[in-house]
Ligand binder design. Structure first.
Ligand code: MG
Length: 372
């Protein structure tokens, strides 16, 4: 049973281009499936999350991260009686706009755009992918997703200023997004905070002692498991303790959001939209633990010297290729020549680079900048 404050598919504002109903799937299920079948979704397999393939084939890439976020989101959405189909579609689409080489690639692409008075934003880019770049249908460009999925792409992780983004006016920027979208920012964090501890430990960039000393919440679960299973290998104790942290975060997101719904007396989707703040949230105590994990990862993993070389390479490759195509637009593929007649060259070059996989951009670099 869907809650009154959930998004009901029958109440969807629909698609830009109306389509006949499907015999077996509702509109949000179809949107989820359209995302899964998108070329941009398949490319996530070869986009860095934190670690490149150099480390291990076991580590997360953006595709497996996305699947993990979808798993957490489905569980949390179902426990809150939200629309699981919509929440899952939003989880699967949430990283679609990320450029190659993770955060370093994104930073370099944004810096290249800022030199031309523009900027790069992965949520806005994801919207461009689903609205324009994906070409599957004869009748229209893009995936023709429902309003609620497009709105969630824009609004799940940040609030855009309506004055600065008149082009996004249709997405009701002055209102809060539905709970299904609000969840994504938090399930994304639960996913990558725990996964990055796992991959960081496996990569030997984080030690067990370091994690136990730096994260009291992990230490509590670790001690419990040591008492119950003193003789199992450290890796299994680590897994069990991490599972404890993971469940604590997800469980708190559910129970605290339920508590906030009760306290605010929210009963309808309109209440959610018009409430001055987001309702999906962790409780203050667990929020502090979440922040501690995030800070720990920044201090000990994301900026670790072992990853610095790859980041420098990523920034150099993105920056030099961007400059190359700005100076040599004729070397862009034919499709982008057409685009360049409709939009500024920096935007066209940015779109091209943002869509690339790690492998493809490295190949392009070799081809055009390899002699440098
Ligand atoms: Mg993500």
């Amino acid at each position: 049973m869907l809650a009154g404050y959930a998004v009901h598919v029958e109440g969807s504002r629909g698609r830009r281009f109306p389509e006949p109903p499907h015999p077996y799937r509702n509109d949000f299920q179809r949107d989820r499936d359209r995302v899964i079948h998108a070329r941009a979704f398949r490319r996530l397999e070869d986009k860095t999350q934190v670690f490149t393939r150099r480390y291990s084939d076991h580590f997360r890439n953006r595709l497996t991260h996305t699947i993990e976020v979808a798993q957490i989101t489905r569980t949390v959405a179902a426990a809150l009686n939200l629309n699981v189909d919509l929440a899952e579609a939003l989880a699967l689409v949430h990283d679609l706009g990320h450029p190659p080489f993770g955060h370093a690639g994104e930073k370099a692409l944004d810096a290249a755009m800022r030199a031309h008075g523009l900027f790069f934003d992965h949520n806005l880019h994801a919207l461009r992918i689903v609205e324009d770049f994906e070409q599957r249908y004869a009748a229209f460009r893009g995936l023709n997703l429902t309003f609620e999925v497009r709105e969630g792409i824009i609004k799940h992780s940040c609030d855009y200023d309506p004055a600065k983004h008149p082009e996004l006016a249709e997405y009701l920027l002055e209102q809060r997004p539905p709970l299904e979208a609000q969840l994504i920012d938090l399930t994304d964090e639960i996913g990558y905070n725990t996964a990055d501890l796992d991959d960081g430990y496996e990569a030997h960039l984080l030690t067990l002692e370091q994690i136990r000393a730096g994260l009291p919440v992990f230490e509590r679960f670790f001690r419990e498991i040591e008492e119950t299973y003193p003789d199992v290998p450290d890796k299994l104790k680590f897994n069990e303790a991490l599972k404890g942290v993971f469940n604590r975060l997800a469980d708190d997101l559910i129970t605290n959001t339920q508590a906030r719904l009760r306290q605010t007396g929210i009963e309808t989707l309109t209440n959610i939209r018009l409430y001055p703040k987001r309702i999906a949230a962790l409780s203050p105590a667990v929020e502090a633990e979440r922040k501690q994990i995030k800070d720990f990862l920044y201090e000990n993993l994301y900026y670790s010297p072992s990853l610095a070389g790859e980041k420098d390479d990523a920034e150099r490759i993105v920056t030099e290729l961007f400059d190359f195509w700005m100076k040599n637009p004729a070397a862009l593929p034919h499709y982008y020549h057409e685009k360049a007649s409709q939009e500024s060259l920096p935007r066209v070059v940015c779109d091209y680079i943002a869509g690339m996989t790690d492998h493809f951009i490295a190949e392009q670099y070799e081809k055009y900048c390899g002699g440098n």
